[in-house]
Ligand binder design. Structure first.
Ligand code: SF4
Length: 84
């Protein structure tokens, strides 16, 4: 996930995701939920000037938070599970 994709994913997950992104994310997350590469992970975030350690699911293959990754149209699953 490049820096622009990270910013886009965080923005869409916390502030605003359009309808198309939400539908795409739901479809992708159905695959991630079943995937053995989805693991628990903590990410340090800065929200309203405070650092927060947020626990979430991440993809073990790329290290990305799954919800945010799934919201970015250009992102791909490294093993092709999102193409189904
Ligand atoms: S992005 Fe692909 S490899 Fe990663 S958790 Fe989702 S389905 Fe699994």
């Amino acid at each position: 996930m490049n820096l622009l994709h990270i910013a886009e994913g965080w923005y869409k997950s916390k502030i605003h995701a359009d309808k198309e992104s939400i539908l795409l994310s739901k479809k992708r997350l159905k695959e991630c939920i079943k995937c053995p590469h989805a693991v628990d992970k903590s990410f340090l975030k800065f929200i309203n000037g405070k650092s927060v350690n947020e626990k979430t699911k991440a993809c073990k293959l790329c290290g990305c938070p799954i919800v945010e990754k799934s919201l970015v149209n250009e992102e791909q699953c490294k093993i092709g599970k999102w193409k189904k």
